[in-house]
Design a protein around this ligand. Sequence first.
Ligand code: SF4
Length: 365
Amino acid sequence: MPDTLVKNKKNIIKRRISKEIKLGNVCVGGDAPITVQSMCNTDTRDVEKTVEQIKRLQKAGCEIIRVAIPDNEAAAAIKKIKDQVEIPVVADIHFDYRLALKAVESGADGLRINPGNIGGMKKVRQVADAAMSVNIPIRIGVNGGSLDKKVIEKYNGVCPEAAVESAVNETLILKNAGFDAIKLSIKFSDVNRTVLSYRMLSNKVPYPLHLGVTEAGSLISGTVKSAIGIGMLLNDGIGDTLRVSLTRDPVEEVQVGYEILKALGIRQLGINWVSCPTCGRCEIDLFSFVEAAEKRLAYIREPITVAVMGCIVNGPDEAKEADIGIAGGRGSGILFKKGKLLKKIPEKELLNALIYEVESLINKE
Ligand code: SF4
């Protein structure tokens, strides 16, 4: 996979400095690229299905994958899964420290577990020692929906301050167990509380932050909430890795994650599509054209810009700005490459011509 870090001089976001941790061969925090991750929605015990899903996710650019560990069989399955996939596998565990120990034994590249939930310091130490013995990090994941009762009482309800205090308390438990390879998330299902919580937390801890708006909803609402929430934070320089949460195929979570990074000029994996919404001037079937072009070029990982515009009134300028651009006309379109007009093409040949030009540009670079 090519280096997808955008060397964009326009990108003036000053990133918060955090400690760097490592999951397998993927760095998170420090000045490592902001990674895109997801979580499998398969039964982890079903190794074949889980591996199949992770392979699809890898192809979409997923860089870290998390799997649910509800029992011992799922923890043991990590070994077989890891043998067949390339990206780091994080074990997601709630409450049972024995599952964390088993996941470490199975080769998990990271744990997601909240030390405050696992039943006392002795158990925390066992988990921390096991993780330290194989050099893997632990993510503490604080969710607005499951805060500690005492903290909720102290703050008179669920609020960002309560979530931040919970997160800081959780890190102290791990620090007291001598463990420092920590990553944190602090999520709510609404954007404002999520953003406020991360902003506050980012000033209180040195650790890398895993961004996300939790339980954000289906494709449209989840994409909007995630883009706003994660986008605002990234724009503040906060965040080292992200997971978009959608009630959809996790591959779409990864696609949306990259779109957020692309929109901010932080990273670009694949084509940056520019296309117009169409209006009464549009004289080609632009909706089907863009859909078909996106599908056929979805495999491309190189960071290039392709513009597909509906008419020759406003289309040519945008098409010239792109690496490859098309401006539609009556039953035809004009094709631009790197700002130069190449030729006029009949509408029925336009899609193949665009694909050809994009592919030849990629193969040349
Ligand atoms: S590019 Fe042309 S067709 Fe598309 S929205 Fe603008 S004016 Fe309308």
